[in-house]
Design a protein around this ligand. Structure first.
Ligand code: NAI
Length: 463
């Protein structure tokens, strides 16, 4: 007799483990299959969490090296102990993954160790054992994409995983792809002393974000010392024991040039990961990009099999997967729920940080929506000045007729946190005037958001 569950979740990343916890909270007998030794998926083990640990540590290093003196702090000769920094990162990861283990025990969720294969609706095989469940949730996430003919060896040509594990600071690094991973990891190593060159296919970095933010980000990262080769593509990579020689060509074609680097970071995007699940055998449909097709209730083309997170449509973000996990658990419990992808914020954890929610100016123009834009710089904010972090701005886009907030775009200190106010206002269908009339503590960075809201009506106070 096979073990029987109400729900089996496959994958213990932010989508899967959160779905499992919410199912268990709602009284469902729940198991979660995970093939990695530790829980937490890409995000906790080799993604968001370790990268934020290195971002944080490298930011402090840079501050100590470049900003402390101006604030009257003498630290003597600055040194880098990369092994200890990596140890700090590993401890952060361990604490987080152990935390999920604790939550599984607390919620009486069985952790089935191994790779899960769906035999048919209601049956999941892990190792040589088959488990039964009324509902199966696929939350297997995504995997890195490489370029044709270029193999990621995680030594010289690395993905984000390898970039988090380098044992010494490379003298030079070429980052292929000026997206989120390329910029986050590129800035970490740049701060630690690497000469970083970003090769980006398009004519600007961070595709999909608001154009004005992209321009400002490019300007700031250039000033920080990162080199950019825009409108360029890598066509070949030759690895030797010393380094990697890349053949780089204009995106539109033309003369190639060779760039040599100690390390190459491949960051051209990720693809849904569904290998080994047996989806083709049981008839779960995928779309043209390999994403599992679902209806608005996250059900796949096979009844009783659901999918969430990076493996389905929508932004590949941990918090999007988490929200889907909670909603799906509640739907399985007979409740209602849905997700509005327009309200999913995006954050790039570079310094300065970049964040956004809702529509960009370009999207509003394309949709023919009339809007007013209000913008306010951190330079004119007392707290930002006191912190010595005055780069960037907040931009609010509001409907010209109703003043409803349609999009908010930020670049500046701590804007990964500041965006949350914008998301809340938008979830409540709030207006720019609502933000402007809300009391914001002084002196805080949040006043920049308030001033940007006032600027929508052309009445900012401090500029
Ligand atoms: P991405 O989609 O953000 O960026 C990929 C970049 O590579 C794009 O700028 C694209 O134009 C460029 N590109 C594509 N083909 C190229 C080529 N042949 N040559 C040069 N450039 C090329 O993908 P990324 O950075 O790999 O991240 C993967 C996923 O992980 C994204 O969906 C991202 O949202 C997510 N992620 C999110 C984080 C966050 O929220 N802070 C952190 C890390 C990853």
């Amino acid at each position: 007799m096979a073990d029987k569950y109400d729900v089996i979740v496959i994958g213990a990343g932010p989508g899967g483990y959160v779905a499992a916890i919410r199912c268990a909270q709602l009284g469902m007998k729940t198991a979660c299959v995970e093939k990695r030794e530790t829980l937490g998926g890409t995000c906790l083990n080799v993604g968001c969490i370790p990268s934020k640990a290195l971002l944080s540590a490298s930011e402090k290093y840079e501050e100590a090296g470049h900003h402390f003196k101006g604030m009257g702090i003498e630290v003597g000769k600055l040194g880098l102990d990369l092994k200890t920094m990596m140890g700090f990162k590993d401890e952060v990861v361990e604490a987080n993954t152990k935390g999920i283990e604790f939550l599984f025990k607390k919620n009486k969720i069985d952790h089935l160790k191994g790779a899960g294969e769906i035999i048919e609706a209601g049956k999941v095989k892990v190792g040589d054992k088959t488990y039964e469940a009324d509902s199966i949730i696929i939350a297997t996430g995504s995997d890195v994409i490489s370029l044709p003919g270029i193999e990621i060896d995680e030594k010289k040509i690395v993905s984000s995983t390898g970039a988090l594990e380098l044992s010494e600071v490379p003298k030079s690094m070429v980052v292929i792809g000026g997206g989120v991973i390329g910029l986050e990891m590129g800035t970490v190593w740049r701060r630690l002393g690497t000469k970083v060159t970003v090769v980006e296919f398009l004519d600007n970095i961070l595709p999909g974000m608001d154009e004005e933010i992209r321009k400002e980000a490019l300007k700031i990262f250039k000033k920080q010392g990162i080199d950019f080769k825009l409108s360029s593509k890598v066509t070949k990579a030759v690895t030797t024991s010393q380094n990697v020689a890349l053949q780089v060509e204009p995106a539109a074609g033309g003369d190639t040039e060779s760039i040599v680097a100690d390390i190459v970071l491949m960051a051209v995007g990720r693809k849904p990961y569904t290998d080994g699940l047996g989806l083709d055998k049981i008839g779960v449909d995928l779309d043209e990009r390999g994403r599992i097709k679902t209806d608005e209730f996250f059900e796949t083309s096979v009844e009783g099999i659901y999918a969430i997170g990076d493996a389905i449509i929508g932004p590949m973000l941990a918090h999007k997967a988490e929200d889907e996990g909670v909603i799906l658990a509640e739907l399985l419990d007979g409740q209602t729920g849905h997700i509005d992808y327009n309200m999913v914020p995006g954050v790039v954890y570079t310094w300065p940080e970049i964040s956004a929610v809702g529509k960009t100016e370009e999207q509003l123009k394309e949709d023919g929506v009339k809007y007013n834009a209000g913008k306010f710089p951190f330079m004119a904010n007392g707290r930002a000045r006191a912190m010595g972090m005055t780069e960037g701005f907040v931009k609010i886009l509001a409907d010209a007729e109703t003043d409803k907030v349609l999009g908010v775009h930020m670049i500046g200190p701590n804007v990964g946190e500041l965006i949350s106010e914008a998301v809340t206002v938008m979830e409540f269908d709030g207006s720019a005037e609502d933000i402007a009339r809300t009391c914001h503590a002084h002196p805080t960075l949040t006043e920049v958001t308030k001033e940007a809201a006032l600027a929508v009506d052309k009445r900012p106070i401090h500029i």
